[in-house]
Ligand binder design. Structure first.
Ligand code: UN1
Length: 458
């Protein structure tokens, strides 16, 4: 058995659950597969209605889910409530998308036949999700999978098992029996799911994502993996510094930096001392503390190991002759709290400026000019989100064209996504097709080309 504990109150156990073995996972997938054809054959309007009913169920339980998310993954109240509202909106969006055209007709060679391409579901969608967005990420995979006629086998992160159980139970009230299977456990359960499902959608670490994609390729099933980031925010000399600092502080430290879209490198062209001061001041404005408090922006990190990662990165910065601008602000004693850390005078090639720390930790790097800032911004293996702060349209256009990232933002945070727009990165941040928005249909269905000719020459 495994346990999920509260990061703010580690004595509190939220869930105990079995680490399912390969045979259990195969059984769960088989049960979902048996339910899939009936679901696929329903009129799209009925699937749409079921997803709207699921949205109603999640909306009705919003306050319970918010409390559970605060307790289990330490997400501050305001963000957790907003995430659940986003989850409801995602369900409603795909309830509508289920009614979109499901193909196209094309001119036939003989002018009399019907030539069409139509999309149909792939079978059982295997969804492997992280703990940091315990409602939105599962729903932006599960909702399109269901809308387009698939069954789902979902393996949430062990650290978000309690909220996953609650969410799965709410969805089940609106769905046929066994169409949605919840598979609990760790990496082994995830691997077993990759061996059993008909497609895999993964969000999590780069190392695991890559192994999932390799395993999927060996089986010849469709896969998408959304992985890490080392996201830059470039401040150009003409930017509104205070506004940039406010936005970046939130993107770097909100939810203790535990988003793959969080800003972790601030690249300053021009006066880096002024930028450093503005950033320190802006980070200090963010209330750190109990995630249950409505005002909190920076809660705990997920585990003791995550805390150690941030502390090690800070020590490493000092060893590398970086200057720690911020690290010692007070935090609660109990729980996995670590104070926000800002470091400057770091070399862009240092490990702490290259790898994902996944905590409230950001480095400030300096660049002589725009060209160098762009080189530094792109000089990491990841390419998820990037932002640039400027009032100069030409510079904004040059950075927009030059930044190697799947999400590019001008005067806006790297974090935060629009569920109706395609989402994904480049380089080591993503493999496979985009998710969210209309892009999801391409992944959760496969196109068939159909020709229907008259039965006789007449
Ligand atoms: C967001 O920034 O709102 O795991 C979403 C993550 C990303 C999602 C970020 N896949 O942090």
């Amino acid at each position: 058995m495994q346990e999920s504990r509260s990061p703010a109150h580690p004595d509190q156990v939220l869930a105990t659950f079995p680490d399912l073995q390969a045979a259990d996972v195969a059984d769960a997938v088989a049960a979902a597969r048996a339910a899939a054809p009936g679901w696929a054959q329903l009129p799209a309007l009925e699937r749409s209605q079921a997803l709207n009913a699921a949205a109603d169920a999640v909306a009705g339980a919003a306050s319970d889910l918010t409390e559970l998310g605060i307790a289990e993954v330490g997400k501050p109240r305001a963000e957790m409530a907003a995430e659940i509202a986003r989850g409801v909106a995602i369900l409603r969006y795909y309830a509508q998308a289920a009614l979109d055209p499901d193909g196209a007709t094309l001119p036939s060679a003989d002018g009399r036949s019907l030539l069409m391409s139509r999309r149909r579901p792939r079978g059982v969608a295997g969804c492997i999700t992280p703990w940091n967005f315990p409602v939105a990420i599962p729903l932006w995979k599960i909702a399109p999978a269901l809308a387009y006629g698939n069954a789902v086998a979902w393996k949430p992160s062990p650290a978000a098992t309690a909220i996953a159980r609650e969410l799965a139970a709410l969805l089940a009230t609106a769905l046929p029996p066994r169409l949605l299977a919840l598979v609990t456990g760790d990496a082994d359960a995830g691997q077993a799911l990759t061996q059993a499902a008909d497609l895999i959608s993964f969000t999590g670490s780069a190392a695991v994502g890559r192994s999932v994609v390799v395993a999927a390729a060996q089986r010849g099933i469709a896969a998408q993996a959304e992985m890490g980031g080392q996201n830059p925010a470039v401040i150009l000399p003409d930017a509104d510094l205070e506004q940039a600092a406010r936005i970046i502080a939130q993107a770097a430290m909100g939810y203790a930096g535990q988003k793959c879209t969080a800003t972790s490198r601030v690249i300053v062209v021009g006066d880096s001392a002024a930028a450093g001061e503005a950033l320190v001041a802006a980070v200090r404005q963010l209330p750190v503390g109990d995630p249950a408090d409505a005002a909190t922006v920076v809660g705990p990190v997920i585990s003791e190991a995550a805390m150690a990662r941030v502390l090690d990165a800070t020590a490493e910065a000092e060893r590398d002759r970086g200057r720690v601008l911020l690290a010692d602000d007070p935090v609660p004693e109990e729980g996995y709290f670590v104070a926000p850390v800002l470091v400057d005078r770091v070399d862009p090639s240092a490990r702490i400026a290259q790898e994902e720390i996944f905590g409230p930790f950001a480095v400030i790097l300096t660049a002589r000019d725009d060209a160098e800032a762009l080189r530094i911004a792109n000089g990491v293996r990841y390419g998820l989100a990037a932002s640039v702060f400027t009032r100069d349209l030409d510079r904004a256009l040059r950075f927009t064209a030059g930044l190697d990232a799947g999400l590019v933002r001008v005067n806006a945070p790297t974090s935060g996504v629009d569920f109706y727009a395609p989402f994904g990165g480049v380089k080591d941040s993503s493999v496979g097709p985009r998710e969210q928005g209309k892009a999801a249909r391409d992944f959760y269905t496969v196109s068939r080309t159909i020709t229907i000719s008259p039965s006789s020459a007449g």
